[in-house]
Design a protein around this ligand. Structure first.
Ligand SMILES: Nc1ncnc2c1ncn2[C@@H]1O[C@H](COP(=O)(O)OP(=O)(O)O)[C@@H](O)[C@H]1O
Ligand SMILES: [Mg+2]
Length: 385
């Protein structure tokens, strides 16, 4: 068991978290987001048509090779760079075309923790942290700001370093000052680029637990770019960026939620919880835009599907007419797998939909277990008679 997982269990009930997330307005929504550096012949594309939706309270970990565009994406989300192509709405503010004063207001709600921590050498730890409050809470008294800054330093384990200047601090201590500065104003969105890179295991853990606590108390959204495998367990989702494009977007606690959803599907009624957990693990999940065709009438069936979020339209005939709509927790595609007949309808997404699916082989092995269970029950029944 990973350190911190006990806290996670109490703070991060994955079911309430994800359900809450899906119902609320996203805190980050990127649509077809691309980015280029340079102009003319030197113009180079570094982000390619990325789509991303993040909900309040989610902790996202972004990984990927060096140069894949993680920092670029993070700085776009934090409005430190202008959106060039695509749409990006963060904390309800469309960033493309936002006015300078809208951007100033916007950044007050964001906490930045960057690799190059840029502390002011002439200022003490307290003053460095307090500066963030002076920018984000201009109406609060210096006295209160000082108190809040000291409390925050205490929380990152620097209570005994509050009057030290950066050059009197170790690399790890400086990074913790930078973290305190990024979190002191309780931002709605925290963007952290390799925040634990310079920290030992214990300090790294303290920092990510602080981030977790903030996310759960304030419903803050946290995006952490990291290569640090020791902290992956804090994530609700792990996003992998490769060559400027999001390759995978996995919900970490998804298997537990899926197991509960599968347990409610009538066809899995007789499958044991252990098999359901295995089935959930074997399911793949994908995010589909509205209007995507998932299966086509008369095609052979090769997968079983479960709607994780969003909804789909089931249509039949020529011309096609809708015979049903299916929503969260509904499943489809089982008939062709059970009977070996071709698909008896076409299915399309009606909106952006998270769709889980299971290969035919995995589906059939789960069903085989269910059948043997049924046989067992029947036999037990007849034996008793
Ligand atoms: N200011 C810049 N000017 C030109 N190219 C840049 C600039 N910043 C980053 N790049 C290039 O953009 C690509 C993505 O960089 P970056 O977003 O920093 O990736 P990562 O954070 O994943 O390492 C890299 O090829 C990098 O060399
Ligand atoms: Mg980077």
């Amino acid at each position: 068991m990973l350190p911190g997982s006990i806290q996670r269990a109490t703070l991060f009930d994955p079911n309430t978290r994800v359900r809450k997330g899906i119902e609320s307005q996203p805190s980050i929504r990127a649509t077809n987001l691309s980015h280029f550096y340079g102009t003319g012949e030197l113009r180079k594309q570094v982000l390619y048509g990325n789509n991303l939706t993040v909900y309040p309270g989610e902790i996202i970990i972004m990984t990927g090779p060096s140069g894949s565009g993680k920092t670029t994406l993070l700085t776009l989300v934090g409005a430190l760079r202008r959106v060039q192509e695509g749409n990006l709405s963060v904390l309800g503010q469309p960033l493309e075309g936002a006015s300078p004063s809208q951007l100033v207001d916007f950044r007050r709600n964001v906490g930045f923790i960057f690799q190059a921590h840029n502390l002011f050498e002439a200022l003490t730890a307290t003053q460095n942290v307090r500066m963030s409050l002076e920018l984000t809470r201009p109406d609060q008294s210096i006295r209160q700001n000082t108190k809040d800054a000291r409390e925050m330093l205490d929380r990152v384990g620097l209570g005994n370093r509050i009057n030290h200047k950066p050059k009197q601090l170790s690399g790890g201590q400086k990074q913790r000052v930078a973290i305190a500065r990024g979190l002191v104003h309780n931002p709605k969105l925290v963007l952290a680029d390799e925040p634990t890179a310079a920290l030992d295991e214990q300090s790294g853990r303290t920092v990510v637990e602080l981030l977790q606590k903030l996310a759960s108390e304030n419903q803050s959204t946290i995006v952490i770019v990291t290569h640090d495998n020791r902290i992956l367990d804090v994530a609700d989702r792990i996003i992998t960026l490769v060559d400027g494009a999001i390759r995978s977007d996995a919900l970490v606690k998804e298997a537990a939620i899926l197991t509960q959803m599968l347990a409610k599907c009538s066809i899995f009624e007789r499958v044991t919880p252990r098999t359901l957990t295995r089935v959930a693990d074997e399911m793949t999940i994908e995010r589909l835009p509205p209007g995507t065709q998932i299966i086509r009438e008369n095609d052979p069936g090769d997968r079983f599907f479960l709607v994780r979020s969003g909804s789909v339209s089931v249509r039949r005939g020529h011309p096609e007419h809708e015979i049903a709509t299916l929503g969260v927790g509904d499943f489809f595609g089982e008939t062709a797998l059970l009977t070996g007949q071709p698909r008896n309808a076409s299915v399309y997404t009606r909106e952006e939909t998270l769709l889980c699916s299971l290969s035919k082989t995995n589906f059939q092995s789960a069903m085989a277990e269910s059948a043997s269970l049924e046989t067992e029950i029947r036999e037990a029944y007849f034996e008793r008679k």
